[in-house]
Design a protein around this ligand. Structure first.
Ligand code: FAD
Length: 520
């Protein structure tokens, strides 16, 4: 144990000395022997997007928060260093957000994924929560908490994402309208700042760091532990899908469901641009969809997806709840389907799609995704903008559209939302680019198209903001943050003044301690 600790320390020192040296002598990570601390791994310059590949000079596989603190303390104190550091959770970013060109990637999955569940006493005060490593996956937390009959309240659609990765962005899904994003469901964090300080923070303790880090794009510190709020987990859910051929009616019904948080536990929706898209979105949904609307070339359909938790107390309660909801909806008769699935399978539904895509060689392909938060007033125009810019009959991948409520987000966090009314739509254009039909040039074309859409949608009449943002310049980042830019800047100056962290976003150029000043 003792030996391993000293060994880790020595290795970190070697990495730092090597990378900080003015005459850069890392030719190959193998120069340093076989230590896993030094090898750049295949995964450290790859992410889910498969669009940008930025190889680091070295990789750190920490065994504890202290290893990370040691690395950042040294880098912060080093006067001639240009080294940057990115935390890599599960690497499911699209645009190299967890990469560090010529820097150090910290692979967070090497931290022991200790998960401690605290269940409140039946009649007791307080809340149930889990303490979990920043590098653990949400699926691991779910598996562990279910052993206690508990689960987090707020999710992402896909569970093989890391705790630290989604908390650095927001973490949204069909529960967000009800419980807020994942960043609204955190009680406490352990964070290593860009200065190397290891700090425990919460809404009442070192709160500026706590709120900075949530939605903070990995710019202020590295989350090594999170305390996540838990609630009682249902045994099963009733999962319902209803189809529409009219966009106005589709969004009107979504708004109706948002107004029923006492009945609805999960609410999403998606565009069905072609038959293939319908089939691929139904892999995890075990209903017989043989009678779905027949597709005509000119038709686009929409689907509302909602779920009701089933605690299996009284058999008819869930049926009655679903009926109460659906009788108020105006879907295309008779196209409504429902299935009963275990809570775990429901939350883990995208994993089944992943397996199917992997089997067809379509998972590890480029993903030029675009995610936007669109205010209610701009959603129709944004939908038209999308339709005008995409050929829907050839589109591969889901296009999600569902509402969330701004008042469920804490304005103190670093997350960016439209500066408008309460009801906001998340629109996810989750396109896959099969190399068999879409070359690198074609992918670059989709990225340019997405950029044009972001530009047009940012105009006042739509007022949208990008989620999981990628911006081409500092000026664009300033516009993205809008009125919150100065706060973001002040937080950076306070917690990572040398801009060591999060280089993949391209927001802040690295600052030398006694050297050229930055242009932020
Ligand atoms: P990474 O890509 O590894 O990192 C993301 C960012 O967080 C980087 O800036 C990185 O430096 C930083 N970071 C990572 N770990 C830490 C840490 N411990 N401390 C500080 N910073 C850190 N998002 C949603 O909100 N809802 C969804 O439903 C959803 N579904 C998805 C489905 C799929 C199939 C995929 C690929 C992505 C999905 N996402 C979704 C997006 C996902 O939330 C983000 O891409 C997230 O960043 C992925 O987490 P990760 O652990 O892979 O992060």
């Amino acid at each position: 144990m003792e030996f391993a600790f000293i060994f880790t320390k020595i290795n970190i020192l070697i990495i730092i000395l090597a990378i900080c040296s003015p005459c850069k002598f890392i030719q190959s990570p193998m120069d340093f022997g076989s230590s896993s601390l030094l090898q750049t791994t295949n995964t450290s310059s790859i992410d889910f997007g498969r669009i940008i590949f930025s190889p680091p000079s070295a990789v750190l596989r920490p065994q504890s928060a202290d290893d990370i603190s040691l690395l950042l303390t040294f880098l912060y104190a080093s006067s001639f260093s240009k080294v940057t550091v990115a935390a890599r959770g599960a690497g499911h970013s699209i645009h190299a957000q967890s990469q560090a060109l010529d820097g150090i990637v910290i692979e967070m999955d090497s931290l022991p994924s200790d998960i401690h569940i605290h269940k409140k006493l039946d009649e007791g005060h307080g809340v149930s929560y889990a303490d979990v490593s920043g590098g653990a996956l949400w699926v691991e937390l779910l598996q562990e908490s279910l052993k206690f009959g508990l689960a987090p309240r707020s999710w992402t659609d896909y569970l093989y994402l890391s705790i630290g990765g989604t908390l650095s962005n927001g973490g949204i899904s069909g529960q967000t309208f009800k419980y807020g994003p994942q960043i609204s469901n955190v009680l406490e964090l352990d964070v290593v700042t860009g200065k190397g300080d290891l700090i425990t923070c919460s809404p009442t303790k070192s709160s500026e760091l706590f709120f900075a880090v949530l939605g903070g794009l990995g710019q202020f510190g590295i989350i090594t532990r999170a305390r996540i709020l838990l609630q009682d987990a249902p045994e099963k859910v009733k999962w319902v899908r209803a189809f529409y051929d009219d966009f106005d009616i589709f969004i009107k019904d979504q708004q109706l469901l948002v107004s029923m948080p006492d009945l609805v536990d999960y609410l999403e929706g998606f565009v069905v641009p072609n038959e293939e898209s319908l089939l691929s979105s139904s892999i995890a949904f075990p209903a017989h969809l043989h009678s779905v609307p027949s597709f005509h070339l000119s038709n686009v359909y929409y689907c509302i997806e909602f779920a009701v938790h089933d605690f299996q107390v009284e058999p008819s309660v869930v049926e009655q709840t679903v009926e109460k909801i659906t009788t108020q909806m105006s879907y295309l008769q008779p196209y409504i389907y429902s299935v009963d699935v275990s809570y775990f399978d429901f939350l883990n539904r995208v994993r089944m799609e992943e397996m199917s895509l992997r089997a067809r060689g379509l998972w590890e392909v480029p993903h030029p995704w675009l995610n936007m938060f669109v205010p209610k007033f701009g959603i129709k125009e944004f939908k038209d903008l999308l339709m005008d810019n995409m050929s829907l009959n050839q589109f591969k991948g889901p296009i999600l559209i569902y509402p969330i409520l701004k008042n469920k987000w804490d304005a103190n966090t670093s997350a960016v939302l439209p500066d408008t009314e309460d009801l906001i739509y998340i629109v996810g254009v989750l396109q896959s680019a099969d190399p068999a039909s879409c070359s690198a040039e074609c992918v670059a074309g989709i990225v340019r198209r997405n950029r044009r859409i972001v530009g047009a949608a940012s105009a006042e009449r739509i007022g949208a903001k990008q989620y999981l943002a990628q911006q081409p310049s500092l000026l664009h980042w300033r516009c993205h943050f809008g009125g919150h830019w100065n706060r973001f800047l002040a937080r950076k100056a306070r917690f990572d003044p040398l801009a060591i962290l999060g280089p993949g976003h391209g927001i802040f150029p690295r600052v030398r301690l006694h050297g050229v000043d930055s242009t932020w």
